[in-house]
Structures are given as structure tokens and as C-alpha cells.
Write a protein that binds this ligand. Structure first.
Ligand code: PHE
Length: 352
């Protein structure tokens, strides 16, 4: 009864292989492949049993065949389950894991000039100034003539102004605006007093670029026109601004100056916030820092924009945003503001 032994032997083998497959653990694709080769491959354990089946007696073949088939199905199911697990695992590894903390998005910071510009606007808006803007490419009228610049005034000279189009006469010339007073002319042309507006914007001057000068910079100019506007109103407005910008202890002083569009005109210094007016290298040991130009609007300027200079008077002032930012942030080199070096730009926050 050799065939019976064979069959018993086969039953035993089937059981053994089944137990082995049951204990098998598969975690990786490599292990899955090893399992397949070992059990289901052409030289694998199940295949070997089928080869052995040839030696089983005809009368037992059917039964033995069913046994081996059962084993093959069992191993195949095991393989499929392993495969499912391993594949899912690698898929989920690649899939979005919603429980992970998000990737850091680097948030930009506001440019120091934008911060200062906003702060200036905010300070003046609290006392009723609106914001007005105009073109950077200006005609002679708005940049010069309407502002009482005589035709031969040196500020019209090529040295200061970037001309875009030469005209037959100076009056036909087109240039990059040299100040935002041009916007104030546009405001006066388009509306009657009372007028209370500030004009922030970029301006251009033909200067060699250095730590102290640039061919473009930013201004905020202010204009207030109404009945009975006096120099005292101007002074008080600027003192208010200085205190809001530089702190309650800030003082201002006015020095006589000249601008074609204001009469009288003054330059305004603020007490040095860096040394508390004791004298330092920033204020050049004077205790004062120059921050803006101002004056009472020249009647000629009002008339040029069809505002009755007998009924109305007004004041105007203009400051450089870079200048205020330099004082506020103690930055000495003007060029830093337009180089866009993020190491510089990242240092400024709006929470100041
Ligand atoms: N427009 C002047 C400048 O650019 C500043 C200024 C404005 C002076 C208004 C007086 C009055 O320098």
C-alpha cells in the first residue's frame, strides 16, 4: 500500500505547508514576492505537490488533488490579502496624511516704506485728510507752471528733472514728476475748497545714486485750503503729526525757507528722537532733524487753479517717506529701500 503512504505523506505535507503559510508575515513588497515564489512560484511548494501527485495511485488522485487545490486556494487567498495590505500601505504612505502639520508657508513682510506711508496716511486721516493720487508722468503745467515756478527756475533744469518729451517751449514738456505737489494742482483744479488732502506717491529726480540720494523716492504732500486758514493752523498740524509719528515728547521748529509755490515758506525740523536732542551723529550734534518743507499756498497757485485767493487761503507741506523711515528705523543708507534684499526687508513689522 505504498500509495496510501504517499497519500498520508501528502496530507502531512499539505498540512505543513498550510501551517507555514499561516505563520508567514508579509510587510513589504519584497517579502510579498518572496512569499509568492516560495509558495506559488513554478518551483514553489504548491507546484511541487502537484508534481508529487503524479505518483499517487489513480484511486487516490482525486482526493489528493482536491487537497492540494484547497491548499493552493488557501495560499492564493493569503497572497491576495498580503498584496492588498502591502499595496495599500505604500499607497497611504504616498497619500495626503491629513493629520500631519501643514508645510510652512513663508509669509512676506510689508516694505518699511509702505509701513511708514500707511502710518503717515493714518495720522492725517484722523484729522480729516483724504488721500489723493495722480500720474507719475506729468506735464509741465501740473509739475511746475501751475505751482508758480518761473520759466527759468533752476528746478526745471535737466539736473533735477527727468524729461520724457521735449516741447517747443518749456510749457509743452513732459517729465517724471519731481514732487507730488502736481497731484495737489489736480485736486485744486477739480474741486473747490474746503480741500484737505494728502498725496502719497513716487517722485523722480535726476540725482546720482548714493547712500544719501536716489533718482526716485517717495513723498507725502499735504494741502489744506479753506477760509481763514492761517500759519498757526499749519504749525499745529505739523506738531500734531510729529507727536503722533515720533512720540509725545517730539518738538518741532520752523526755519524760514523758499519754495516757489508757498509764501511764506519754512523747513521743519523735529527734535532728534535718537539722542533726545542731546546731540548725536544722526542729528549732527544739533539736536534737530529736518523732516519736511511747508508754507502758506502762494495766491498765484490758487489763482492758477481758479480758486479765489481773496476768499481762500491754505497751507501745504511735503515730506519724504524715506526720510521719515530713516529716522524711525535708524537706517542710514537710502539704497537699501530699493534693493529688495529680503534680509533687510524682513526686519520690519507692522506692530511697531
Ligand atoms: N514740493 C516740495 C518738495 O518736493 C515740498 C513742499 C511741499 C514744500 C509743499 C512746501 C510746500 O520738496
Amino acid at each position: 500500500m505504498w500509495w496510501l503512504e504517499l497519500r498520508v505523506g501528502m496530507e502531512h505535507k499539505v498540512k505543513e505547508i498550510r501551517e507555514e503559510a499561516e505563520k508567514y508575515a508579509v510587510n513589504t513588497i519584497e517579502e510579498l514576492e518572496a512569499f509568492r515564489i516560495s509558495f506559488l512560484g513554478s518551483k514553489g511548494k504548491v507546484k511541487a505537490l502537484f508534481t508529487d501527485l503524479k505518483n499517487v495511485d489513480q484511486s487516490q488522485k482525486r482526493e489528493a488533488g482536491q487537497l492540494i487545490n484547497g491548499l493552493r486556494e488557501f495560499v492564493q487567498e493569503k497572497f491576495d490579502a498580503f498584496k492588498d495590505r502591502v499595496e495599500n500601505k505604500s499607497k497611504t504612505a504616498k497619500k495626503l496624511d491629513l493629520s500631519r502639520p501643514g508645510d510652512q508657508i513663508e509669509i512676506g513682510t510689508r516694505h518699511p516704506l509702505s509701513l511708514v506711508r500707511s502710518e503717515i496716511i493714518e495720522i492725517f486721516s484722523r484729522i480729516g485728510f483724504t488721500v489723493s493720487e495722480g500720474p507719475e508722468i506729468e506735464d509741465d503745467w501740473h509739475n511746475f507752471s501751475a505751482l508758480n515756478f518761473p520759466a527759468e527756475h533752476p528746478a526745471r533744469d535737466m539736473q533735477d528733472t527727468f524729461f520724457i518729451e521735449k516741447g517747443k517751449t518749456p510749457k509743452d514738456e513732459i517729465a517724471l514728476r519731481t514732487h507730488t505737489s502736481s497731484v495737489q494742482v489736480r485736486m485744486m483744479e477739480n474741486s473747490q475748497p474746503p480741500l484737505r488732502t494728502i498725496s502719497p506717491g513716487r517722485v523722480y529726480r535726476n540725482e546720482a545714486i548714493s547712500a544719501r540720494a536716489h533718482c526716485f523716492f517717495h513723498q507725502v504732500e499735504g494741502l489744506y485750503i479753506d477760509k481763514n486758514v492761517s500759519f498757526a493752523d499749519l504749525k499745529q498740524t505739523l506738531l500734531y503729526f510729529a507727536k503722533e509719528m515720533f512720540g509725545e515728547n517730539a518738538q518741532i521748529r520752523l526755519r524760514p525757507s523758499y519754495f516757489p509755490f508757498t509764501e511764506p515758506s519754512a523747513e521743519v525740523d523735529v527734535s532728534c528722537t535718537i539722542c533726545n536732542s542731546k546731540g548725536c551723529n544722526v542729528c549732527k550734534y544739533t539736536g534737530w532733524l529736518e523732516i519736511l518743507g511747508c508754507g502758506m499756498v502762494d495766491p498765484n497757485v490758487l489763482e492758477a487753479s481758479n480758486i479765489d485767493s481773496k476768499t481762500f487761503s491754505g497751507f501745504a507741506f511735503g515730506m519724504g517717506v524715506e526720510r521719515i523711515a530713516q529716522l524711525k528705523y535708524k537706517v542710514n543708507d537710502l539704497r537699501l529701500y530699493s534693493e529688495n534684499d529680503v534680509r533687510f526687508l524682513r526686519q520690519f513689522t507692522s506692530g511697531m
